[in-house]
Write a protein that binds this ligand. Structure first.
Ligand code: FES
Length: 176
């Protein structure tokens, strides 16, 4: 039976498909896309590998956006306190690809998770806020990632990669 969601347990409705025109925009997505778009170089420059800047201010706690860098989908998750604690409290040695959460986020910015949204099994694109660990779920063969993007169940051999990025301000990152 389906239960009601809360701020600490977002549903799929909270996911913002920022850069995917094929999917119906929900909620604030319509306002997020122009903000993201106008800061970046033109499409051919991005395709050639230019860094992109992303303004984080429109992303509410518990929401994710997806942007594209070098043709790859990049998930940016604004994690809730509950999601951060879940990521930090797991015994690292028990993980299939042991990595502490602190090695996957930037110091002082624990609420932001930035990962390449390509399943490390055979390359499908996982869905955010799905799966038993409230992280990412790959529907192709059932790989389940946690709120740090680490593989927890299924055939994927390793964690979702963290792309190179830096905080250029408290509310803006540069990827690449
Ligand atoms: S491609 Fe994701 S589980 Fe196989």
């Amino acid at each position: 039976m389906t239960t009601a969601s809360s701020a600490d347990h977002p549903t799929r409705r909270d996911f913002l498909y920022v850069a995917t025109g094929a999917v119906a925009a929900v909620g604030a997505a319509a306002t997020v896309w122009p903000l993201v778009s106008q800061m970046n170089p033109d499409a051919s420059t991005i395709a050639a590998g230019a860094p992109i800047e992303v303004d984080l201010t429109p992303i509410a706690e518990g929401q994710d956006i997806k942007v594209f860098w070098r043709g790859k989908p990049i998930y940016i998750s604004h994690r809730t306190k509950k999601q951060i604690e879940a990521a930090q409290n797991v015994p690292v040695a028990s993980l299939p690809d042991p990595q502490p959460d602190s090695a996957r986020v930037k110091a002082g910015h624990d609420q932001w998770l930035v990962v390449v949204g390509i399943c490390t099994h055979l390359g499908c694109i996982p869905i955010a806020h799905e799966g038993a660990y409230d992280g990412f779920f790959c529907p192709c063969h059932g790989s389940v990632y946690d709120t740090s993007g680490r593989i927890r169940q299924g055939p994927a051999p390793s964690n979702l990669p963290v792309p190179p990025y830096t905080f250029v301000s408290d509310t803006k990152i540069q990827i690449g």
